[in-house]
Design a protein around this ligand. Structure first.
Ligand SMILES: [Zn+2]
Ligand SMILES: [Zn+2]
Length: 634
């Protein structure tokens, strides 16, 4: 059936299914969602059963929205709402989403906006005609979050055109005959970095992750015939915001991709932050970057966000559901249901199968699963890590030792994930008097990444959520933390005689402010360099960690040689990755057990070691492919 005929038939079905009282203004198809615009929205806005019933019958996501032509101008409504909300509510911002007719009110005390038994909220809805929703204002404002929202609002037309194109492709005519499924490894197999895999069926092509190797700047093998032309891809799915999973994504739009990107809402924002930072860093090092800010903006416009457990069609024969991966904010395991029960495959991305200071452990329960593609960063049989508690103990001891000799402590961190955990631990160590009170400087994108964490509290574990929101003891807002905002401030800290702790990016010392501190502090044996995160094979971090005593670094356009006398220690246990034991447990307690496991995201030996152990222990078919291999799943 051609798309227009199918859309007409769906419109007819909707008209038959909705209550007669509902006055339908129009029915549109936006990406995977059927949107019903109604003239009497207020009568149906509170009805949760109706969209559910429609979704079940149509087998599509359904959204009911007020007819935009009946909505009063948002600037006027903004004034009306502001006038009605009491000062005690701590009104922070009002966001108008024209496409959904929602007015999102952000307030420090949401209850004051809702009023007794929802009285005030109902009044706001009635007075404005908009679907007013109240959310808690993030305790730390994030520039990224508001920039992304603003950009989406300002480019609503372009976005809608994109969504309509996605909708048409989703219902395109499918081919007759035998069905099949296969996976092609395009990057990040038998290595860490430039993760990418192509899921191909008879009907569709989906790219999962689109990373960059932080050590060598290598990109996935885009030129393979299966992936070309990139225009033909149905979708790109991003598991999480680390650059080894999305570092080349904006470049796809330069190479001809025009389709959608699926990820969780925090991944969209963190991804933009890290990519823009990456552009800035390359400028600083006079390196050529694959893309610029305009490509990142294109990527934002093409992103369709999905929360955990929200299932959606991404191709005529593929349904996608994200599950928590426990690794960083918004990190997801991507589960694909192919055909009518033909095959189920999940890609773990990076996972942590343990409750951490920030997140709940990764999900390992799925409705159905035949193939699992999993990471093996710590897949070697000796790759055991200490517990979180032991890790903070060790970090405390090392910091105490450094400070007792008036030394400085430098911790290279990824802006996203590890820095927030290390912040939480240091805050507790200082608050409980286990280490002396010294200032903790945050340099790089750490503060902004932390702000994004507080904008998405539903993705944090419940303990932390309570501390931040219920008890008003937000550890991230502790006075020990100071943001380094200018290069003058950085210079001052570098040359100050006083002890301090610096958390700085990048995590593998491949660039960024961490190198500036390192250059200044490396030749003093009172100082300490503490590694808390994974250092990939080719990274500068790994070289320094191994104990080199001299190293050549780029400095303002020339190369300088630095003597390394500072102490170097690695604190294991802060990793956002499952260790060997957790990887094995992830599989042993998985429901259902997959028939086949494809292993990647690990150095050569880790991949093969994990593959053989999983096979021996669980009698599951395992494979640790190289890059550029294709595996038939069905
Ligand atoms: Zn990661
Ligand atoms: Zn990774």
């Amino acid at each position: 059936m051609n798309p227009d005929r199918l859309f007409d038939s769906l419109r007819e079905q909707v008209t038959d299914l909705v209550p007669h009282e509902m006055e339908i203004a129009s029915i549109e198809f936006e990406g995977p969602v059927v949107v019903i615009y109604t003239k009497n929205y207020d009568e149906f806005s509170g009805n949760a059963e109706l969209p559910r019933m429609l979704a079940q019958n149509l087998r599509r996501r359904v959204d009911i929205r007020p007819d935009p032509s009946l909505l009063e101008d948002s600037a006027k409504v903004d004034q009306k709402i502001r006038a009605l909300i009491p000062e005690s509510a701590g009104l922070y911002d009002i966001n108008f989403l024209d496409e959904s007719g929602e007015a999102i009110v952000e307030a420090v005390n949401p209850n004051e906006v809702i009023g007794k038994e929802g009285e005030l909220l109902n009044e706001l809805k009635k007075e404005s005609g908009w679907n007013v929703k109240v959310v808690r204002a993030p305790p730390i404002p994030s520039k990224t979050v508001s920039d992304v929202r603003g950009y989406l609002r300002a480019n609503d037309d372009e976005r809608r055109t994109m969504l309509k194109n996605v909708a048409r492709r989703l219902v395109r005519q499918t081919l007759p005959g035998e069905q099949w499924v296969r996976v092609t490894t395009m990057g990040g197999f038998r290595q860490v970095g430039r993760s990418a895999a192509l899921l191909t069926t008879r009907e569709s092509k989906v790219l999962i992750d689109c990373g960059l190797d932080p050590g060598s700047d290598a990109t996935p093998y885009f030129a393979i015939p299966e992936a070309q032309p990139l225009e033909d891809l149905d979708a790109v799915v991003i598991t999480h915001a680390h650059l080894d999973h999305c570092g080349t994504l904006p470049a796809l739009f330069k190479y001809g991709y025009k389709g959608p990107i699926y990820c969780t809402p925090p991944t969209r924002d963190l991804m933009a932050l890290l990519q823009l930072d990456n552009i800035k860093l390359s400028y600083g090092e006079a390196k050529k970057n694959l893309y610029d800010a305009k490509d990142v903006r294109k990527e934002i416009l093409h992103t369709i966000t999905l929360k955990y457990n929200e299932t959606t069609d991404i191709a005529p024969d593929i349904r996608l559901t994200f599950h928590n991966a426990g690794h960083i904010l918004g990190s997801a395991i991507a589960h694909f249901h192919i055909g009518e029960g033909l095959h189920n495959v999940a890609f773990t991305g990076d996972t942590k199968f343990e409750k951490t200071w920030l997140f709940n452990p990764a999900t390992n329960k799925f409705p159905r699963l035949e193939t699992l593609v999993m990471e093996s960063t710590y897949g070697g049989h000796n790759d055991m890590q200490p517990s979180r508690a032991d890790a903070s103990e060790q970090l405390g001891e090392l910091i105490k030792e450094a400070l007792s000799h008036q030394g400085k402590v430098l911790i290279p961190v990824f802006a996203v994930g590890r820095s927030q955990e290390v912040m939480l631990v240091i805050e507790e160590l200082e608050r409980t008097g286990r280490i002396p009170p010294v200032p903790v400087y945050l340099d790089g994108m750490i503060w902004e990444a932390t702000a994004i964490h507080t904008a998405y509290p539903e993705y944090l574990n419940s303990t932390l959520r309570t501390e931040i929101f219920q008890k008003n003891e937000n550890p991230f807002l502790s006075p020990i933390f100071h943001r380094v905002e200018t290069s003058d401030m950085r210079e001052e800290i570098c040359h100050s005689p006083d002890s301090c702790i610096v958390l700085a990016t990048s995590g593998m010392m491949s660039g960024g402010p961490v190198l500036e501190y390192f250059r200044e502090w490396a030749d003093d044996e009172r100082n300490w360099l503490l590694f808390v995160g994974y250092q990939s094979e080719n990274s500068l971090g790994r070289t320094i960690q191994r104990g080199r005593t001299e190293i050549t670094l780029p400095a303002r356009g020339k190369q300088i040689t630095v003597q390394i006398k500072m102490n170097r220690e690695t604190v294991d246990g802060f990793s956002g990755h499952s260790d060997r034991h957790q990887l094995m447990k992830f599989i042993s307690t998985m429901e259902p057990r997959p028939n086949r496991i494809i292993i990647g995201h690990g150095e050569d030996r880790k991949c093969t070691d994990l593959a053989s152990s999983l096979y021996k222990k669980f009698n599951i078919q395992t494979v640790a492919p190289q890059n550029l291999e294709t595996i038939r799943l069905r």
